[in-house]
Design a binder for this molecule. Structure first.
Ligand code: FES
Length: 148
């Protein structure tokens, strides 16, 4: 059901934990399903020098957070803004359809961290519109209605 890359990032997640010298923090999630993701970034001169995450959630959310941090590390703010959940999934060789929504959490946590950075520093960042309101509760409700 899961690719080897997903299993690898789930079992050995990269960049886990709190970044003590972070100057940008983004938190997104849904308290109803219990899946919360927090991304920490250290940004210097427009470059994401370091990044880490803490995810309280399902395996797919952990694997996508891990891969997303790998993909934005060392990148510019503009490059990080272009990272989509689709690109994260591709880098993981795909996710089962029922888990695609989990990958949105990583993309939105990155955007939330960059928004935080923009607010703290006054540096203008052209944030994209939130792709979809992340809502695990309605997702699971919709799923159970489909399954019924
Ligand atoms: Fe995976 Fe909610 S993020 S089930």
């Amino acid at each position: 059901m899961y690719s080897e890359k997903v299993m690898d990032h789930f079992e050995n997640p990269r960049n886990v934990g709190k970044l003590d010298d972070a100057n940008a923090i983004g938190e997104v999630g849904n308290a109803v399903c219990g899946d919360i993701m927090k991304i920490y970034m250290k940004i210097e001169n427009g470059i994401i020098e370091d990044v880490s995450f803490k995810t309280f959630g399902c395996g797919a959310a952990i694997a996508t957070s891990s891969m997303a941090t790998e993909l934005v590390k060392g990148k510019t703010i503009e490059e990080a803004l272009k990272l989509t959940n689709k690109a994260v999934m591709e880098a993981l060789d795909g996710l089962p359809p029922a888990k695609v929504h989990c990958s949105v959490l990583a993309e939105e946590a990155i955007h939330a961290a960059l928004k935080d950075y923009s607010e703290k520093t006054g540096i203008e960042i052209d944030l994209p519109e939130t792709k979809q309101k992340f809502d695990c509760a309605s997702f699971h409700k919709a799923q159970s209605e489909t399954d019924a």
